[in-house]
Write a protein that binds this ligand. Structure first.
Ligand SMILES: Nc1ncnc2c1ncn2[C@@H]1O[C@H](COP(=O)(O)OP(=O)(O)OP(=O)(O)O)[C@@H](O)[C@H]1O
Length: 461
């Protein structure tokens, strides 16, 4: 903060102190206004919003403490320094608990006052910077960062917006790489907890024996290796959202403990006996079928019910071909700029490959494929040859579209083999889309007219 433009409000019923502070602060470059009691102070604060308030505690009409409460009601981030006689230090300490920045004891040393004011303004600048950073961060998780042209995804995002407003526990299900974590962060950053922390833990990535301490923290000496007290993710997420990814992977005993926190809203650190309140909104995700796990007694039914207050299902990429085009262009631009490669777009064959492939790894796989293609390209257009081989051929692992040459195929010309393959791909896509030619053409990345032509050519009508 630029000190020359900082504003200060001096509040004291003692005229001499007011004059003295006006003189010193003005000399130091502050713009100073004054008030004679708490009531005037609150009125001045609400119209002028000074950067700092220097206020006596004992004043007529409204005391400094009452005024502090009123000022904090107007702006919780107000910076207030209280002035007090030695006998009132106990009250001043209480005032700090109530949100005052600090206090000074009268009679005070003017240098000490200036130092304190400087420090408080520094803190204020830091706090503003952090808030701006948090806003930026939350903006980067805003829903408009989730790119989609798919009606299914748009209705999912509408649900996300509704759910975000509540405090309900949310279960996000869906295949790997479909954006479950993105949905969880969108819930957090669009909720009333968005200024609190968004803490995540991948339950499958932490060894089973350590997961309980990762969740709840531990006391010093709770187990060998617990050399000091450590807070867990529940504590770190206090006032915010805790995202438990791969929840289907937690042990039976941890399921019991999680159920307890969800119902009682408090927990103990491992090796501790103090109950710690859990002011945390829980979002969990899994790509496993929890219902089936419940049937097989692998997941507690009561926990499943607790987690399943609202379920959001992400949409696999193969069910939203419109997003393949949108996301591949987005990733192309992103990776081109990150790698300083001058790329204009995809060549038509590359687009066809991208549209034809069924993306078992979903958006993550698409992002990796485009990154590779951009890196492999020599600039200009990205060609099919730049894509990973399986995508170039429209194959995913285990695909029944594998091209095998039958004994009588061996004599066929390459052109005929390619035609046979193309006919199979088109027939498959047509079946997948229930015979809808518009959808099939869009998915294959070819025009409707060329689809009709190929249908005739291959007698697929
Ligand atoms: N609609 C989208 N728009 C932009 N980027 C997306 C979209 N969906 C997913 N992504 C990106 O794809 C990647 C995978 O998404 P995310 O990690 O959220 O998936 P996930 O379902 O949680 O995966 P996993 O189950 O493997 O943990 C991330 O880099 C994410 O930013």
């Amino acid at each position: 903060m630029n000190r020359s433009t900082s504003t200060a409000l001096v509040v004291d019923d003692d005229e001499a102190i007011r004059q003295m502070l006006i003189a010193v602060l003005t000399k130091a470059g502050y713009v100073v206004t004054t008030a004679r009691d708490g009531m005037e102070a609150v009125a001045a604060f609400s119209t002028q919003r000074p950067d700092i308030v220097l206020m006596d505690i004992r004043m007529p009409n409204m005391t400094g403490l009452q005024a502090l409460a009123e000022i904090r009601r107007i702006d919780r981030a107000a910076t207030v320094i209280l002035m007090t006689a030695y006998a009132e230090v106990g009250t001043a300490v209480q005032a700090i608990k109530d949100g005052a920045f600090d206090y000074i004891i009268k009679p005070f040393d003017i240098e000490e006052v200036m130092l304190l004011i400087g420090r408080s303004l520094q803190m204020r600048t830091m706090r503003d910077d952090i808030a701006a950073l948090q806003r930026e961060l939350s903006a980067s998780y805003r829903m408009d960062r989730i790119l989609t042209n798919s009606p299914k995804m748009l209705s999912l995002l509408q649900m996300v917006a509704k759910v975000a407003r509540s405090n309900a526990t949310v279960l996000v299900t869906g295949e790997s790489g479909t954006g479950k974590e993105m949905i969880a962060s969108a819930i957090h950053y669009n909720s009333t907890r968005s200024n609190g922390p968004f803490v995540k833990i991948n339950c499958a990535a932490v060894p089973e024996g350590l997961l309980e301490s990762e969740f709840f923290g531990h006391e010093k000496g709770a187990f060998s290796g617990a050399v000091s007290r450590r807070s867990g993710r529940f504590e770190q997420a206090d006032g915010g959202t805790l995202f438990l990814d791969e929840i289907g992977d937690i042990s039976a005993s941890l399921q019991v403990k999680l159920l307890r926190v969800l119902s009682e809203r408090e927990f103990e650190r491992v090796g501790g006996d103090k109950l710690i309140p859990a002011d945390v909104r829980i979002v969990v995700a899994t790509n496993r079928n929890l219902e089936e796990m419940v049937r097989q007694n692998l997941f507690r039914q009561d926990l499943y019910f607790r987690l399943n207050v609202v379920t959001l299902r992400t949409v696999p990429l193969r069910e939203r071909p419109e997003d393949v085009r949108l996301l591949s262009s987005h990733f192309l631009q992103r990776f081109a700029s990150e790698n300083h490669i001058d790329v204009d777009g995809f060549d038509q064959n590359a687009v066809e490959c991208l549209m034809r492939y069924s993306w078992p790894g979903n958006v993550r796989e698409l992002s990796n494929a485009v990154e590779r293609a951009v890196v492999m390209s020599t600039g200009g257009l990205v060609f099919a040859e730049d894509l990973p081989e399986n995508i170039r051929c429209g194959l995913e692992e285990g695909s029944d579209l594998t091209v095998t040459t039958e004994p009588d195929d061996r004599d066929k010309a390459l052109r005929d083999l390619i035609s046979d393959y193309e006919a199979r791909v088109i027939a498959e896509a047509l079946t997948r889309n229930g015979g809808n030619r518009v959808k099939t053409a869009r998915q294959l990345g070819i025009s409707r007219r060329s689809l009709l032509y190929k249908l005739q050519e291959y007698e697929l009508t």
